[in-house]
Design a protein around this ligand. Sequence first.
Ligand SMILES: [Zn+2]
Length: 330
Amino acid sequence: MFSLIKGHTNTIELLKGALDNPEGVPPVYLFAGVSGVGKRLVAFQTARYVNCTGTKMLDCGCKSCTIAKAKNHPGIITYAVPKRGVFSVGMARNLKSESDKRPFIGKYKVFIIEGFHKATGEASNALLKLLEEPPSYCIIILLTDDLDRTMDTILSRCFSLNFFGVDSKYITEFLISNLSIESKKAGNIAKLAGGSFSKAMEFLSADRHTSRKILFEMLLRLSYTTDKTILSTCTYFKENFNIHTVLEDILMFFLDVKKFQMGIRELTDDSFDVEALSLMFTPTSLDSALGLLFYTGGSDLENKEELFLSSFFLDVRGIMRKEYLFGVFV
Ligand SMILES: [Zn+2]
């Protein structure tokens, strides 16, 4: 059942040990690891595994596996937190009342909660009793991108498994064999994706929104991004996008941050967490960064775009680090 999952060998072994435990399957799990690393897939396969009445292999055709594969299994219930939402107390209460009803297909009812790092304190508290003593037919799998945001009282009730970034060689192989990506490109994308399959897929779909997302994350982490990552990201931008549009997007983000810092909430693109980005810049460092953008923006960039973009990021990073150094943030 788990042969589909690349990497995570030790984690899967621990999980299988728990699921095959003759003394009983632990009822509550916490899968922790960065987004896109495969937690959801493992959770789904776990749900299939515990309800399988056949071979427990990937290609099993038992009744339970067949409806699970068709994503139609009434005993596999997923709670997905909306992108900019939270796992609310209402969702927790719904889960509780669903857990009171016995499964009508299969041995277990499996609840998968995606994005549990977005659970409110109230929602976490509402789940404590259920996690302590779930009905014998329930299995609950919490998925978190950020372990630090999970309450200790929750952690102590879970069988926790860590999902580390997948080795880039697995992502490279996956891109080559499943998506026929040329090997050099596959290797580059795998490195940039930092162990996340879903990030790798994002890097492949080179549309404007994707480029913005990559750019936004880069700006958010810029003060501690290494030279190597800055340079490879710039190469990626050059190979997949027009650098002039990337510069326009940088300008847009910076102007949104400026508006945000001035208390204006009508932003050009509010699908990004501009508030988080605004915390990375003081008004002074933001003005310096904007100055750099305008200063070189007017000159002839022909054939020098990649160079300009990388030196721009390096300079802005320098400005941000200098402020940390002089204690502006203290
Ligand atoms: Zn089966």
